[in-house]
Design a protein around this ligand. Structure first.
Ligand code: 3H9
Length: 643
């Protein structure tokens, strides 16, 4: 097995080079190799100092999340190594570039000097995994940049740019060649003999003013007990302010251990890997690359077409937007310019950049001008004869190899694909809402795998999470949402109020949805429900328990998810979770409906579905789910080839 880290001697300078593709994550094996390389440096007294750098596309992007599930996983070996690096009697510098995240920042903080490439990004994203930094990030970071700035980075989880990191003092200098600059800095420090800066020996510079921030963090954590990492971060930063480094280290270590096993962290780690797995397209030959996309066509200048055009322009992709109606083109142009102007007024975009992006979208009435497009998004209204007519025209106009993506939400993508005369190049796209982060990519019976790969790749270029679905009514998301909405209506007929239903759906104690199913509806809806119940002889109950509402909202959706899997509409159970967390406001800390079902236990879910099936004749338990429940297996672990 090749070493994931080695010590290279450059004359009297040591270079510790980490090489663990793709992102130099700190797997336990990598930590062992870094420790061995560092020991070699410690043993070689001819070396005046050390530079820690990485091969590949980035400095260390964090701990290896996949290893967190190993029962033997512990941060202790890495933390011990960091203490040795910091304690070294000779200068150690980190040469930083790419995405320096989590354990990568913690490694850099143990060094005496940090030099970064302009454009590098820095962050403590552990909170997005339901964790806190586990390798002294909560102790060294506030001692370097202050409690206030450290609290924002650690509790927010967002990364910052190199300029900001420099301004905060997180990095000492920016350099176009951070490796060379780090070597120079180490030599200079060795020659000057100046005391080395060891962060564990410092106090947070703003300790005296930190109380209000700590109190606010604790209050916020108390309001959100379903995210226990928040309280742990507050407690660890509190220790950084009030207690010696070693005690803070112990507070952080025990919190990290506890959080690793917490349901929220397990769920968030599941979503992390599910999102990445969703990008993998079965059937692609080894090394297949997505088709090149430089020029996009959008047919139909309605809301969807306009939103798509803005998204492409924001990603620096030029767009030809076609609509037969002058008024529609004018409306789209106004909406695009208004959106860009809002970004300028919020200081997120310069006037010049806005003008550039606006100029990337060109409107025309002529479909023939789509001949150069590498991909065309057809966004005309949901009307089959119209879609078929347009598909036929696009099949003729588009160049060979161009992809035709139809924005059907319920129509049969296979019929539309056939009408293009080139079904291998045709697929469907469906956004739960144009402004949401999800794009369902619908594979027709004949869609080529590389066409799917191209659109999934393009979606991530425009900041959307793509999930591939097979053809069925509503695809993955809307098909399950229909079941959810049906049960919402049935509960209202039975006597529940929209407020009670939304309350249960939105309460983190039950599900924690961003918005309940009746969110947008008014009290008039209840009056309607009463009238309908009377008309159909449904006996309304005086009160419906919250638990029943919870079960009736969630369990039929889970049941539908199992059907979607059994039919092969979704390739993987995790794909369904990604659809719901990225596009429908399902809380990521629940892991999505499938992961949540497993956490509840499939036996329980099936038993309750059976219970409701005895009361109502429109409930039918998915045979797949019943079989898995009987075997004590998890739906998340189900693979098509296992059946
Ligand atoms: C931590 O550090 C805790 C510490 O405090 C204590 C312990 C030391 N682990 O996203 P991409 C894989 S917690 C394992 O497609 P991009 C990823 O699964 C960690 N694997 O690329 C994918 O594999 P595959 C704190 C990881 O360019 C491949 O790398 N750090 C990890 O769009 C490419 O990833 C984070 O939370 C990892 N840490 O984005 C950072 N990171 O090809 C999490 C990536 O088989 N990572 N992989 O599907 C990211 O945010 C993005 O991956 C990154 C690159 C920005 C780095």
């Amino acid at each position: 097995m090749p070493k994931r880290a080695e010590l290279i001697r450059e004359g009297d300078l040591g270079v510790l080079r980490i090489d663990n593709p793709p992102v130099n994550a700190l797997s336990p094996e990598t930590v062992v190799d870094i420790a061995a390389a560092f020991e070699a440096f410690e043993a070689d007294q001819s070396l005046v100092g050390l530079v820690i750098e990485c091969a590949g596309r980035t400095f260390v992007a964090g701990g290896d999340i996949a290893s967190f599930d190993q029962p033997s996983f512990s941060t202790a070996p890495f933390n011990t190594l960091l203490a040795r690096i910091e304690a070294a009697g000779r200068p150690v510098a980190a040469a930083l570039f790419g995405t320096v995240l989590g354990g990568g920042v913690e490694l850099a903080l143990a060094c005496h000097i940090r030099i970064a490439l302009p454009g590098a990004r820095f962050g403590m994203p552990e909170i997005t995994l339901g964790l806190l930094p586990g390798s002294l990030g909560t102790q060294r970071l506030p001692r370097l940049i202050g409690v206030e700035a450290a609290a924002v980075m650690i509790s927010g989880g967002k990364s910052i740019a190199s300029d900001e990191a420099h301004a905060l003092g997180l990095v000492d200098a920016l350099a176009d060649n951070p490796g060379a600059a780090a070597r120079e800095a180490v030599r200079h420090a060795a020659e000057s003999g100046a005391p080395l800066r060891r962060l564990s020996a410092l106090s947070p510079p703003d300790a005296a003013a930190a109380e209000a921030r700590l109190a606010q963090m604790k209050a916020d954590a108390a309001r959100r007990p379903h995210l226990p990492a928040l309280a742990a971060i507050a407690a660890s930063l509190d220790a950084a302010v009030h207690r010696p480094f070693a005690e803070g280290e112990a507070v952080e270590a025990s919190a990290f251990r506890a959080l690793l096993a917490s349901p929220a962290s397990r769920a968030l780690r599941h979503v992390f890997f599910a999102e990445r797995a969703a990008r993998r397209i079965p059937g692609l030959p080894e090394g297949a690359r997505p088709r090149g996309v430089l020029q996009v066509g959008v047919l139909g200048a309605g809301e969807m077409g306009t939103e798509m055009s803005i998204a492409f322009a924001n990603a620096n992709i030029s767009v030809t937007m076609v609509d037969a109606a002058d008024a529609a083109l004018a409306r789209a142009r106004a909406a695009i310019d208004e959106t860009l102007a809002t970004e300028v007024s919020r200081g997120r975009l310069s006037e010049a950049e806005a003008a550039l992006r606006s100029g990337l979208v060109r409107g025309t009435k002529h479909v023939s001008e789509l001949a150069d497009a590498d991909i065309v998004f057809e966004a005309v209204s949901e009307d089959m004869p119209l879609k078929l007519d347009v598909a036929c025209k696009l099949g003729v106009v588009c160049k060979a190899g161009a992809i035709i993506a139809t924005s059907a939400s319920t129509l049969d993508v296979n019929r539309i694909a056939a009408a293009t005369g080139r079904p291998r190049d045709c697929l469907g796209v469906n956004a739960s809402s144009p402004t949401h982060g999800l794009l369902e990519v619908v594979r027709g019976a004949e869609t080529a795998a590389d066409a799917l790969q191209t659109v999934v790749h393009l979606a991530s270029r425009i900041g959307k999470t793509a999930v591939v679905s097979g053809v069925c009514h509503g695809f993955i998301g809307a098909r399950m949402a229909e079941v959810y909405a049906r049960e919402n209506d049935a509960l209202q007929l039975d006597g529940a109020t929209p407020e009670q239903i939304d309350g249960v759906a939105e309460n983190p104690q039950w599900i924690g949805m961003k918005m309940g199913p009746s969110g947008m509806l008014t009290a008039a809806r209840t009056a309607l429900a009463i009238e309908l119940a009377g008309r159909h002889g449904v006996a309304r109950r005086a009160s419906i328990p919250d638990r029943e509402i919870f079960e009736r909202l969630l369990y039929p959706m889970i049941n539908e998810a199992a059907e979607i899997l059994a039919e092969g509409i979704a390739w993987r159970p995790g794909d369904i979770d990604v659809v719901w967390t990225a596009g429908y406001g399902f809380p990521a800390w629940r892991g999505g409906p499938v992961f949540m079902a497993d956490e509840i236990g499939l036996r329980e879910v099936v038993a309750r579905l059976d219970h409701y099936a005895r009361l109502r004749n429109d409930w039918r338990v998915s045979p797949l789910m019943r079989r898995l429940a009987e075997r004590g297996e998890r739906l998340s672990d189900w693979r098509r080839d296992k059946i």
